[in-house]
Design a protein around this ligand. Structure first.
Ligand code: UD1
Length: 418
């Protein structure tokens, strides 16, 4: 059997849990280092599997990477090896954002095509389309995307048909060293993008409009290495908040930014959870049983798609019926069958899930299909009667440092078996 968590449910969580830097920021900030030769430092870096994988991607391009506690040092050479091989890209789709920096620095890039993943098809047409408008050419050679640009990339106006996080990041990476001005219209506004822009500005990039839908980048000739501290992980914070709520517990999350979780906390309040917020912390007291709420996932500042599985787990024990609509991914409800094994009453149809709240869940063996669904199943296990075994824990390891330890520090009973 692969690594699994054995969770004894039924204890209300109480106490304080600290969160680390955001996975979805640090992965891109590691890639941003490629834009400037020299020694970069990133602080507040979580010890998670995806960071290890991105270290391998950077090492493959010729960087020297060293992690010391929660600091990460990346030494970027003058000459990069402009490729990301299939074994790494397959394990971590986020590797596709190396396209922009490699084209900008080397005039070429060979990146394995990521294909789909557990959440669905996940095309990259907006990444390649935008880079083509900036002068790059792509061809697909034996499963690898081979990109080239004659001379420098050239700034232009790029309208993204959807505010894609990854495509916005690739356009930023391409734009900072391009000739002239790049205007990204319908840019993603996620806090992780704002943090990435602040890192790039620290490296000497000229960018305006961070956090808005129109971001303007004035290309410069060269960037220099920098020190940057990664913003807190709102998804990690949100996950522990829901863990507190589902157990009718009283949990304080520190090292977080409640302002990055407005919609998610609002929905938790609508279920009857009491929430206090401060500078860098939040406290949640869960109701005995939540009230049902409806929600739809949307780009920031809408409800985050990566918080929906945790919320569905929570709503599965609500009084009443909730409807959750998933607008970003076409295959995100695959975990619902596992929750149903625990007694949840959930019907899905296209991008909607109808969740009829049940009084209690009962523990059983389940498999984590991806990071957030894995966390959601563990959260359900905290409330369930008896023992829940969550298999395929490596998915949870991709995004949460010390998941079992942190829950246990709040009074949960979670044993990890490797
Ligand atoms: C990032 C996050 C992921 C989160 C997502 C949305 C990382 C490592 N991952 O993923 O956890 O769920 O943002 O907040 O930061 N799309 C296209 N064509 C493209 C690009 C995207 O059709 O070229 C579609 C996707 O299939 C999806 C939607 O756009 O339906 C949003 O994707 P996007 O914002 O790009 O997500 P990622 O950057 O991949």
């Amino acid at each position: 059997m692969t690594a699994h968590l054995v969770i004894k449910g039924g204890t209300p969580l109480r106490g304080t849990v600290g969160v680390l830097g955001a996975k979805n920021a640090v992965l891109k900030e590691m890639v941003a280092c490629l834009l400037a030769p020299g020694r970069h430092r990133l602080g507040n870096v979580p010890g998670i599997l995806d960071v290890e994988l991105m270290c391998q991607v950077l090492t493959h391009t010729g960087c020297n990477v060293k992690q010391e506690g929660h600091d990460l040092f990346v030494v970027v050479p003058e000459e990069l090896n402009p490729e990301a091989p299939i074994d790494l890209v397959r394990q971590m789709r986020a590797s596709i954002v190396v396209l922009g920096p490699l084209l900008a620095r080397c005039g070429q890039a060979r990146v394995a095509l990521p294909g789909g993943d557990d959440l669905g098809a996940r095309p990259i047409d907006m990444h390649t389309g935008g880079l083509e408008r900036m002068g790059a050419d792509f061809e697909l050679v034996h499963g690898e995307l081979v990109g080239r640009v004659e001379g420098r990339l050239r700034g232009t106006e790029i309208e993204l048909p959807f505010p894609s996080v990854g495509a916005t990041e690739n356009m930023l990476f391409a734009g900072v060293l391009a000739e002239g001005e790049t205007v990204i219209v319908n840019a993603a506004r996620e806090p992780e993008i704002v943090d990435l822009i602040s890192q790039l500005q620290g490296m000497g990039a000229q960018i305006e409009g961070a956090g808005t839908s129109i971001v303007t980048v004035k290309g410069v000739d060269a960037l220099s290495p920098n020190d940057h501290v990664v913003i807190p992980d709102r998804l990690e914070a949100g996950t522990y908040a829901v863990a507190g709520a589902i157990t009718a517990g009283d949990v304080t999350v520190t090292g977080c930014r409640p302002e990055d979780l407005r919609m998610e906390l609002r929905k938790l309040e609508d279920t009857g959870a009491e929430i206090e917020r401060g500078d860098g912390w939040l406290r949640i007291v869960g109701p005995e049983r939540p009230k049902a709420v409806d929600l739809a996932t949307l780009p920031f500042p809408g409800f985050h798609t990566d918080m929906h599985p945790q919320m569905v787990a929570y709503l599965s024990i609500a009084e009443g019926t909730s409807v959750v609509t998933e607008n970003l991914y076409d295959a995100r409800f695959r975990y619902v069958g596992e929750l149903a094994r625990m007694g949840a009453d959930i019907v899905t149809e296209a991008q909607h899930a109808v969740i009829r709240g049940v009084e209690s869940l009962s523990g059983c063996p389940v498999l984590a299909p991806d990071i957030r669904a894995g966390a959601a199943l563990a959260i359900a296990g905290l409330r369930a009667e008896g023992i829940t075994e969550v298999g395929e824990v490596s998915h949870i390891d991709r995004g949460y440092e010390g998941f079992a330890e942190r829950l246990n520090a709040l009074g949960a009973s979670v044993e990890r078996h490797d």
